[in-house]
Structure formats: C-alpha cells, structure tokens
Design a protein around this ligand. Structure first.
Ligand code: COA
Ligand code: AMP
Length: 629
C-alpha cells in the first residue's frame, strides 16, 4: 500500500484509522471510541477501554499456540553467554515475579523503580509491573545515585527492583551501592527492594528491606493479568529538560499498545516470528519501545544485547549477532556506527558474516550524518532508514515506512510524517513557514495514541514546556524544515538539551552541579561537536573572587562532581576556567555563539552582546582544549 494513501486515510478519518488499528489488540473491554478531547489541549486515547499490556505482549501469544516461539534472545558478549527464552517460559517467569511482587503488596497503580543492566530480567520486571497494573520507571544504569534519588523522590515508588551489578567493558558497575546511596539521599523511602544477584557480583542485602529475586518468588502464587483503564499509565520515563529536575514522561497503556503494534509491520517491516533487534538500553525510550514492548506485543523475537558496538570483543560484534540470530530489522544510534567505522574503516569484520537475513538498518536518537549513512549503506547493502522521534512520543514521528511501499531515501532526512502526525514548521510567532525554510518543528494537536498525555506530577510544566509557545501545537524542541516533497530535516534543538552518543542530556543540569562547587561563581555548559559522539558537553567556569587554587585542580573536581552526581553517561570531561562569560546586555549567556566559536564555525556577532572582547578570551580558552581552531 502506498504511504500517501495511508496518510491520506488517517487525515480523512483519524479516529477511524486508530479504531481500525485497535482491532489488533486483545481488549478486556474494547474502547467505545478513540479520542477523548474533553480536557483539551490535553488529550487521551481509548480511555474507556480495559486492557492489559503483559497479556498482549506475552500471554496472548501463548494462548494462540506460539508458546514455543522465542520471545527473548539475550546475547551478552560481556559475560560470554547467549540465553534464549520462549514466550511460554517468559509467561511463567513473569507470572511468578508478579505473584511475588503482589505478595509483598504491589497493586494496580503502585509505583516501582527498575534499575537494571541489559538482562532479560529487566524486561521481566517491566512486564511483571504491567501484569499487575503497577507503573514502572526504569532508570538507566549509567546514571549516578543522585539522579536515581531525584527520580525516587518524584516517583515515590513502593519498591525498587535492581540488578546487583552491570558490566561495562573493563569494569563491573556496582549497582547495589548506588541503590543504597540513592535511598539514603532520597526523602521518600521504598517499602522494599528486590535484588537480582548476578554471578559477577553478589550484593549485600539489607535485612528486612531487600529480597533476593529468586528467593522471594519461592512458593508464591503466580499472578494473572490485571486489566487497567486505557489511560492508565503503563510507565513513566524521566528525560532531560532544561533544568536538573528531569521530566517524567507518562506513557498511557492503550495508546501505547495500539501505536507500537502498528509500527512493527508498517515502519520496521517485520512479521510475527521474525527477529527484531534494537541495540540500545532498556533505560532509554528506544529500549522501552523497541527492545521490550513493541516486538513482544507484535509477536516478534527481541534481542537483548549486553555489549558495545566495539571492544566486546571487536567491531564485528553487531554483524555476528545479526547473522547468528537471523535478525531481520536492526535499529541503533548513528554513534554506534561511527564507533565501528573508526575502528574498522574498511568494514573488514563484516566480510566474516553472512548478513543476508538483514533487510534494513534503522537509525535514530540523534542526527544521522550523511557520511555515516553512506558508509553503512555501502557496508551492509540494505536501506539505511533514518527516523526521528523523542522520549515524549514513544514512537517515530517521521520515518520511511518500509512495510508500506517504501519511499525514496533522501540522505540527511528522516523522511516523512507518519500517520497520526501533522508536522509543521513555524516561525517565532507561530505562523507556518513555506517549504524549505527553517523554523521550530511543531505538531498539530492532538498527538497520536501512545504519546505523552502530560508529565508525571507536573501538568503545569507540561503545558509550559510543550503547549504554550504555539497554542494548538506540541512544540518538539527541535528546529528544522520540510522540503517540497514533504521530507523533514532535523537541524538542531531549540533548547539547552544536548545529545551525547544518542543520550539526551541537559546542559542546565550540569550547570547546576558545577555552580554547586564552592569555588565556582558562575558557569556555562555547551555542547560542542564531536566526531564520535555527535556532541560533548564542555564547561566554562568563572571562579569566586579570591580563589587562587590551581585551575587544573578545580577543573578535575568539577569533572568528578558531574560524574558523581549525573553519572558516567554525561561524558563530562572538558572544562576550562575563564574570567568572564559572553553575555547580552540583559545578562543572557550567549551559549549559541560559544558553540559556533568552539566548532570553528562562522558566526555573526550578536547585536546584543555586552562586550565583544570576551569572545577573544573564550576563543583562547577553547584553544587550550584543542577547539576554536
Ligand atoms: N551502566 C554504567 N555505566 C555506563 C552504562 C551503563 N549502563 N552505559 C554507559 N556507561 C558509562 C560508560 O562505561 C562510559 O564510562 P567511562 O567514562 O568510564 O568510559 C560512560 O558511561 C559513557 O558511555 P558511552 O556514552 O556509552 O560511551 P562509551 O565511550 O562507553 O562508548 C559508544 C561509545 C559510541 C560505543 C557508545 O556510546 C554506544 O554504543 N552508543 C550507542 C548509543 C545508544 O545505544 N543510544 C541509545 C539511544 S538509541
Ligand atoms: P530522546 O528523547 O532521548 O529520544 O531524544 C530526542 C531528541 O533526539 C530529539 O528531540 C532530537 O533532538 C534528537 N533526535 C532523535 N532522533 C533524531 C533523528 N533521526 N535526527 C535528528 N535528531 C534526532
């Protein structure tokens, strides 16, 4: 079927389109209609339905006679193991875990934080919550205790489910002490913790509070699926905003099921039974949607990969996994390909594997640079599909729908808006811009099913951050343009969010941490261009009057502070001491100008700059770090 017909079909009858897609889901009580607009501009989908996510992701496949099909392949080069789990086994494991959680008091609506490495048990924990109607919030393992504590206080979980450790190349990440420290730092205390002990590190349990994953399941009654209302939150995933307080994106149950299920065939072109692999982490939205939920809901086998694109053990790991497990559609971030290209520029590892099973590569999470796309295309000889989405949306806003009649690929563009998305480019005043002109990317409300209805505990922030700038639209925070053929181009963020190796980070959050250093009077963090990671954070520190300690010591302490409080994932390693920061006459720091300077790009001197001479000082400081050439 042609994309333009499907899109036009949705435009002509949006509710009819989604009601049709809803037929693919097993409902305890089917929705009477699709959209509920009574709280507009806050919208809800399939609100009056009753449904269970775990039933749709697991039990229904067993009930349909597919219990022997593989649900999960855990491929872990860091532990040297491969482990396969069928849908029937998965059902038993989740029902038992959910039963044990229920026996400890977890019920519909209770919150559970999950802090786990890339093991099948992470998915099982998510699905066990879904089985009970409990709401989970997964925290990425690369975040430090402080970030975990911030989420615990906002989400007030009854329980925390954690792994004893994660395994990064060359080191074991001690998760349990991070959990203990986070609970100490948080004002809210969970009733109990469940610890999945890995053989690489057996953690000390706190008697009375901590329970062993296997031990606490002993002798409990397995739990059945508990139906929840269509608008019940399936999960909350925190993502970076412009401040140190992350935004809790709510994912509504019914819309999530319907929309994700639609994407698996139409965008990713897989049929039930096919193997699908998203090389990301369950701590990110890609991991939620395309490692855990979507493939399982659609009856696909999902690969849970615990490793890196390079160094575990080599730059051929991805090709081995694709070939060994018969992966049809593969999804990762462009940075992973840049890492492979740097290690193996001629793609020699690729020749060792038969990759005929692979039909397309999907890239998202950050801008896919043309060099990387072309290199990947030449290497893999399959279409390389850039697609664009956000934690808030949960599934692609723009893509090339490979399961429909695929569109021509335009390198540099994530292609076209998917059904459900009326994407427009707006000027500052909110007027639509002509084709080919740059502006803010906004989506006409309502957003489609599966997208955030609001933020957890922060409806005002939701309205302010997304709905107030352009009334009637959702503001994506990205800037770009649409060409004459309707292809989108994503150029930059319009806020202080940066993208480091596909990880979304807040420069504002880093500034808050640097400002907390006793010797730092003022600071700024910008994202500079990096060949491997896309962007890297860089800090500028103005010291308190009278401080005369060596600058190198202060920089070192600041780097350690960010690692300690946000976590290693921030990759904050570049910082420099400067006398002053460039500002406008009204005192706004000229971060965008600093970025251009660092990247050695031409820029126009801002008319509002207070003292242009400061830019020379900044340039000199940047040069000491090897930037602003
Ligand atoms: N638990 C604990 N620490 C973690 C972690 C986790 N789950 N994930 C990453 N880290 C640590 C890393 O060990 C590293 O620590 P270091 O400073 O001591 O080296 C730091 O966080 C930065 O990690 P990362 O950004 O992943 O960089 P890297 O140098 O380890 O690897 C790439 C570089 C490009 C190979 C890697 O970023 C990658 O595979 N990216 C894929 C991106 C991706 O999956 N994005 C998700 C959105 S689709
Ligand atoms: P996250 O919420 O972590 O998924 O990050 C979302 C942000 O990543 C978007 O708002 C974009 O800035 C960026 N992003 C994601 N996918 C793409 C893409 N295909 N092209 C350009 N930027 C992207």
């Amino acid at each position: 079927m042609a994309y333009k017909d499907v899109y036009a079909g949705w435009q002509a009858n949006p509710e009819g389109f989604w009601m049709e897609q809803a037929k693919a889901i097993d409902w305890d009580k089917p929705p009477s209609r699709a959209l509920f607009a009574d709280k507009a501009p806050l919208y809800e989908w399939f609100k009056d339905a009753q449904v269970n996510t775990c039933w749709n992701a697991v039990d229904r496949h067993v009930a349909a006679g597919h219990g022997d099909r593989l649900a999960i392949i855990h491929d872990s080069p860091v532990t040297g193991t491969v482990h396969k789990i069928t849908f029937a086994e998965l059902q038993t494991r989740i029902a038992s875990l959910a039963g044990a959680l229920r026996a400890k008091g977890i019920e519909k609506g209770d919150r559970v934080v999950i802090y786990m490495p890339m093991v099948p048990e992470a998915l099982e924990a998510m699905l066990a919550c879904a089985r009970l109607g409990a709401i989970h919030s997964v925290v990425f393992g690369g975040f430090a205790a402080h970030e975990l504590a911030v989420r615990i206080d906002d989400f007030t979980p009854k329980a925390i489910i954690a792994g004893s450790c994660g395994i990064e190349p060359g080191r074991v990440v001690h998760y349990k002490p991070l959990v203990d420290s986070a609970i100490d730092q948080a004002a809210h205390k969970p009733d109990f913790c469940v610890i999945f002990q890995r053989e690489q590190e057996v953690a000390q349990l706190t008697p009375g509070r901590d329970f062993d994953w296997h031990g606490f399941q002993h002798g409990v009654e397995p739990a059945e699926c508990v139906p929840v209302a269509g608008d019940h939150p399936a999960y909350v995933l925190y993502t970076s905003g412009t401040t140190g307080q992350p935004k809790g994106v709510i994912r509504p149950t019914a819309g999530h099921l319907v929309a994700l299920n639609w994407t698996m065939k139409n965008i990713y072109n897989v049929d039930p039974g096919d193997v699908f692999w998203a090389a990301s982490d369950v701590g990110w939205v890609v991991g939620h949607s395309y490692i855990c939920y979507a493939p399982l809901i659609h009856g696909n086998t999902t690969v849970v990969f615990e490793g890196k694109p390079v160094g575990t053990p080599d730059a051929g790991t991805f090709w081995r996994v694709i070939s060994e497990h018969n992966v049809r559609s593969f999804f990762t971030a462009p940075t992973a390909f840049r890492a492979i290209k740097r290690e193996d520029p001629k793609g020699e590892y690729r020749a060792k594997y038969d990759l005929t099973c692979l039909r397309a590569l999907y890239l998202a999470g950050e801008r896919a640079d043309p060099d990387t796309i072309i290199w990947a295309q030449d290497l893999l000889k399959v279409p390389v599909i850039d697609h664009w989405w956000q934690t808030e949306t949960g599934w692609p806003i723009a893509a090339n729908p490979m399961g429909l009649d695929p569109l021509p690929v335009k390198i540099g563009s994530p292609s076209v808006a998917m059904p459900g998305w009326d994407v427009q480019i707006l000027d500052e005043a909110g007027h639509p811009m002509p084709a080919g002109e740059l502006g803010a990317i906004a989506v006409k409300l309502p957003l489609p099913p599966g997208t955030l209805p609001t933020l957890w505990n922060a409806e005002d922030r939701y309205r302010k951050s997304y709905l107030s700038h352009f009334p009637g639209y959702y503001e994506t925070g990205d800037a770009g343009m649409i060409d004459d053929d309707g292809y989108l181009y994503i150029m930059a963020r319009t806020d202080d969010v940066i993208n480091v190796a596909g990880h979304r980070l807040s420069t504002g959050a880093m500034e808050e941490i640097l400002a907390g250093h006793p010797d730092v009077a003022e600071c700024a963090v910008i994202g500079v261009t990096d060949e491997l990671k896309g962007q890297l954070p860089m800090g500028f520190l103005c010291l308190t009057k009278g401080v005369n300690r060596p600058h190198a010591d202060i920089v070192k302490e600041c780097v350690a502070r960010v690692r300690d409080q946000i976590g290693p994932v921030a990759a904050f390693k570049l910082a420099v001491v400067v006398d002053r920061l460039p500002k406008t006459r009204s005192g706004k720091i000229l971060r965008a100008t600093m970025v251009k300077l660092a990247d050695s790009e031409a820029f126009k001197m801002p008319a509002t700059i207070d003292d242009p001479a400061i830019l020379d000082e900044i340039k000199a400081a940047l040069q000491t770090l090897g930037y602003a050439k």
